[in-house]
Each structure stands twice: as C-alpha cells, then as structure tokens.
Ligand binder design. Structure first.
Ligand code: C5P
Length: 405
C-alpha cells in the first residue's frame, strides 16, 4: 500500500467532545498510512472514551496526566514532546483552542504543545454556535498566525441536533489533510523577498509624511509564500502587524531605509514582491527640532524631493529576481497598470482601485494581475485568499514552460 505518512511520529491529542469516538478510527487510519502514534487524552476526553481503546489500537501506553509518576518514569513529557514529528489534536474542543491560544500549560496536552518543536495541527469539533462565536474565531486567528494548521470543521448535522459548521472532518479526510500539510511545498528551496507597509518620511522629530497603507496585503503575501514552502524575508515599513509564522522580518521606516534593506537581501532572492506603498517624496531636509507655529507665521512650506524607486532599481539589475509590483490606481486601472508593468520592466503587476473605501486599511480587496501577454482578475475576497492566488500565479509563471498547467 502507498503510505502517505511513512514513519511519521504522530502525537495524537484527543480533547473532550462527543467526536472523541472518531479519534479511535483516526488512529487506525494514521497507522495504516504508516505513522507511529502515541495518544494523549485530556481529562474531559476520558469521560467520552477510554485509554484502553487507544492503547490497544496504538500499541503504546496512553498518557493523560502530567502527574503520572510511572508514565513520567518511562517517557517524561519533555521526551514525549521531542519524540513527536507532528502533533495532531482531533477533536480540538473550543476550550482547548482557547487554552492553546493563551499558551496555557495546565494539563499534559497543552504542556506538550508548548514543549514541542513539531508542527501542530488541530481539527476543531464543537457545536455550531460555539464554533461561530467571536471568541473561538479570535483564538483560531491567533493559532493560525503562529503557523498552526487548522483542518475543518465540516458542516452538517451535529450530535446535539443542530445543523451547521463544527463537525469533525472524517478520519480519511484528516489523514489526507495531514499528509498534504507535511508534503514539501511547491516553493520549497526558493527564497522570496517581500516589502510591505507604508514609509514614513520625517519632517521633524515628531512629524512625518506617510500614507494609509496597512501592510496587510504584503504580510499576507509573505505568509502565503512561506506556507507554500518558500524561505521568506519581509521588509516592513511602520505597521502594527504580527510577523507571520516562519518569516524573517526586517523593520524599516523611510523609503531610503527600505531601499537599503531590499538591496541587501535581493541578490539572494529568486522573487521580489514589492507590496510596500513607498512614499514617492520626502522632505528635502529634516528639521533637527520640532517646528514651532512661530516658524511659519503665515503657514509652512514643505519642500519635497523624490525618493528612489526601489522596484525600478531592482528590475534594472542583472541578474534580477522575478519582479512583482503593485499598482494602486484611482481610475483606468488596467491601462495605467499595464503601462507601469512595461515602464518598470516588471514580470507581473497586481493592480487595484483605491479610494472610495477600496484598497487600503481594509481586510478585503480585489486585484487584477497583469503580465506580459496575460491577465487574471481576482474577485473581491480577503487579503489572505488573494495572496494565495497571487503566489500561485507567480509560481505558475516561473515554472518551466512545459510544466505550466
Ligand atoms: O509608480 P508607483 O508608485 O505607482 O508604483 C508602485 C509600485 O512601485 C509598488 O510595487 C511599490 O512598492 C513600488 N515603488 C517602489 N519605490 C518607490 C515607489 C513605488 O518600489 N519609490
């Protein structure tokens, strides 16, 4: 049989919910896929299923307490955390997700999740109302931002009689999802450089010229490229966003600092995605002290000079990476973006309309991708999904001609 998880050491965590009965079947399927499995039950899981079932099916002792002296003597919890190549929690209850999001270590399973260096995947299962609750969704967003894989849940009829989202994925689906998540990504071995956010150009020690870019699009591109297997460096202007899991971040403030950071990293990169909203102008001089009203009795004139165009500079290099620019336009999006693609000699441009509540400072967006000889319109959706589609398009354009789907 073609095994999808050969020799993978899976620590299967089971938390307290009625779907815990499906974890026994999941364990069988994991073993069929070639995995070695050790099981940890939470105290509440033990109310639904017995350790004996899992012990018989896994061929290994089952753990449920941090304070079990005999078990700790045989394989301590830190040793167990190190043993794992993968942690999979199925079902993951709302309470367990909350404890993981908080980084609690108040029982064996949550402690193992903190103590392991192995990737963590969770398969939530709960009542549809609990799943939809803002608190649960916020906890999931935290876990996702740390690189935790979330499998499901599925929608359908629930044990409690409700109908909706919150059903545990079926065991074969979970095994397939885990195998897919562990497969080396399409971009494995590639180095990507992404810029994101605005730039701030100082006027004096307390004032600056900036723009409304939130950085969310560039951060989403960095996260999507990393999720697809790339090694990602993210040069970020001043934004208040958490660093995507696994991404190397370099913080900068001004366009000139961004240029320096980009040029230092670009020689090593196969792809450069310039999602930053780089300020085109900066004050000709930075006042050493805070400007006083009296300094400009009849108003204040700011003299601006042009910033370097980082994207055009990278595109002019030889050799150069695959170069992707963004174009924020307020009208005639396609015509202006296509002109920019040609003028800056880009490989791809992602254009969008800004203004009128579009584009900046939002979680969603729509993008028009243009490249020499092609176009793809991406309909309005969240920036995470757009970033995935953009990364997939870049991967396709870079693939050798014969390999392109
Ligand atoms: O010409 P325009 O500023 O509209 O081009 C936008 C694209 O150029 C974006 O990808 C942006 O990151 C990049 N850019 C740059 N340096 C500048 C201005 C824009 O890299 N000074």
């Amino acid at each position: 049989m073609n095994q999808s998880l050969p020799g993978v050491r899976v620590l299967l965590g089971v938390s307290g919910g009625i779907a815990a009965y499906k974890a026994a079947e999941l364990l069988r399927r994991l073993r069929d896929a070639g995995a070695q499995v050790r099981v940890v039950l939470t105290a509440n899981a033990e109310r639904f299923v017995t350790a004996l079932t899992f012990q018989a099916l896994s061929g290994n002792p089952v753990r449920s307490s941090l304070w079990d002296e005999a078990a700790e003597g045989a394989m301590g919890h830190i040793e167990l955390a190190r043993w794992a190549d993968q942690v999979l929690i199925a079902p993951a209850s709302a309470d367990l997700l909350a404890r993981l999001a908080q980084g609690r270590a108040d029982d064996l399973l949550s402690t193992l999740c903190l103590a392991t260096a192995a990737p963590l995947a969770v398969a939530p299962a709960m009542n549809q109302q609990m799943w939809a609750h803002a608190a649960t969704q916020a906890n999931l967003a935290i876990l996702r931002s740390r690189g935790v894989q979330v499998f499901g849940p599925a929608a359908g009829s629930q044990a409690c009689g409700d109908v909706g989202s919150g059903r545990l994925l079926e065991p074969p689906e979970l095994v397939a999802a885990l195998a897919a998540a562990r497969a080396p990504g399409e971009l494995a071995g590639q180095r990507w450089l992404v810029s994101a956010g605005p730039t701030y150009e100082d006027i004096d020690p307390v004032r600056f010229v900036g723009n409304r870019s939130s950085g969310r699009m560039g951060f989403a591109v960095a996260a999507a490229a990393h999720a697809a297997g790339a090694q990602v460096t993210l040069v970020a202007g001043p934004v208040a966003l958490p660093t995507p899991h696994g991404v190397t971040r370099i913080d900068v403030r001004s366009a000139r600092q961004m240029r320096e950071a980009v040029l230092a990293a670009v020689a090593d990169s196969e792809v450069f995605v310039s999602a930053a909203a780089v300020g085109d102008f900066r004050p000709a001089a930075v006042a050493p002290h805070k400007l006083k009203k009296a300094d400009g009795d009849s108003g204040l004139e700011l003299s601006l000079v042009q910033n370097p165009d980082i994207l055009a500079e990278v595109a002019a290099r030889s050799p150069r990476p695959f170069v992707v620019g963004f174009a924020a336009e307020t009208e005639q999006v396609e015509a202006h973006a296509r002109a920019k693609l040609e003028r800056k000699r880009l490989d791809l441009i992602a254009a969008n309309e800004v203004g009128h509540e579009l584009g900046f400072e939002r979680d969603d967006n729509a993008l028009l991708l243009l490249w020499p000889g092609g176009r793809e319109a991406l309909a309005r959706t969240d920036k995470g999904a757009l970033a995935q589609a953009l990364v997939a398009r870049i991967a396709r354009l870079r693939a050798p001609q014969g390999a392109r789907p």
